[in-house]
Design a protein around this ligand. Structure first.
Ligand code: DGY
Length: 321
């Protein structure tokens, strides 16, 4: 029986720990919910054959070198893998994997949670009631955006963007999307139309982001794009924080260039741009996109499957390099 060491960098739901132990690996679980310090991570990774890592950890050459020559797989507990230096992994013969598919529905649901919450000013209303300041029904109170007949603009029509678009049919929205590829499913099922990003930004009443973070999508939405949006429009981000220039976002919300924003992800998590939380017209969540019990269990299982595959000389199910 081999005794490969597999480090899991955070407390995770079952069954990853159980599966790895059953496969005969020595599991070194960093048994906490908060991220380990970079020093602790370097130290714990030493001698590992496998790492199960979180999106908030930078997996770079320094960490790979600290782990040492036994390291063969980095299984990210996320569909996004912008936190991993893939070239550094490949150079060292380390496989990197992710968890695609299983979090599509949970993340699309959360995007809709933010769409509805911002459009109908749910959090502002809740705050008023809790503060004991509600004086009764009023015709002008917290008027929001009527979703039926409005235009939903989807930036990135991959798995999650598609699931968000398909969920729109019950709300009577017109759907536009921008993507390099046409998306027949969206077009046939909800009558979506593919347009250029510039037109999408200008026409959307709700602009929702579903692109991975790459050098091409960093600050895809900056001051210029925010200025091109309708003053009544809402921006939703459940993708990756750096896709939006957060400082420019605060300015756009402050000056009324856009009406509201619903965010689950931030440029420098867990820090938010100064001023963002002071604005009444934003809903801010702590990166909960995939946070359902069922989804997180599937993610846990997938990471273990990927590690086990690589460490038993098989092709991992979800390679990204
Ligand atoms: C992912 O998997 O990339 C999500 O952001 C995690 O919630």
């Amino acid at each position: 029986m081999n005794t490969y060491k597999v480090v899991i960098t955070r407390r995770v739901p079952p069954p990853a720990v159980e599966m790895l132990a059953q496969a005969g690996f020595a599991v070194d679980l960093i048994d906490q919910d908060n991220p380990p310090t970079p020093e602790e991570l370097l130290q714990r990774a030493r001698g590992a054959a496998g790492l199960i890592t979180m999106l908030s950890e930078r997996i770079d050459a320094a960490l790979l070198d600290a782990a040492g020559p036994d390291l063969r797989v980095v299984a990210n507990f996320a569909v996004g893998f912008d936190n991993i230096d893939l070239a550094a992994c490949t150079q060292r013969g380390v496989r990197a994997t992710n968890t695609p598919g299983v979090l599509t529905d949970a993340t699309a649901d959360l995007a809709w949670t933010l769409i509805l919450a911002t459009a109908r000013r749910v959090v502002e209303g809740d705050r008023l009631v809790r503060a004991g300041e509600w004086t009764g029904w009023a015709p002008m109170q917290y008027l929001g955006l009527q979703l039926s007949g409005a235009t939903l603009g989807i930036v990135g029509a991959g798995r999650i963007g598609t699931a968000v678009g398909l969920r729109s049919s019950g709300f009577g929205l017109n759907v536009l999307y921008a993507d390099e590829q046409p998306n027949r499913e969206l077009e046939e099922q909800v009558g979506a139309r593919r347009v250029e990003l510039g037109q999408l930004i200008a026409d959307a009443d709700v602009l929702t982001l579903h692109v991975p973070l790459t050098s091409r999508t960093r600050h895809l939405i900056g001051a210029e794009q925010l200025a091109a949006m309708k003053p009544t429009a809402i921006l939703i981000n459940t993708a990756r924080g750096p896709v939006v220039d957060e400082k420019a976002l605060v300015e756009a919300l402050r000056s009324g260039q856009i009406a509201a924003a619903g965010f689950d992800v931030y440029e420098h998590e867990p820090r938010l741009a100064p001023g963002l939380t002071e604005l009444p017209n934003v809903v801010v969540l702590p990166h909960l996109g995939s946070a359902t019990t069922a989804t997180r269990r599937k993610m846990s299982q997938m990471t273990a499957e990927n590690v086990i595959a690589v460490l038993t000389e098989q092709e991992p199910p979800n390679p990204v390099n």
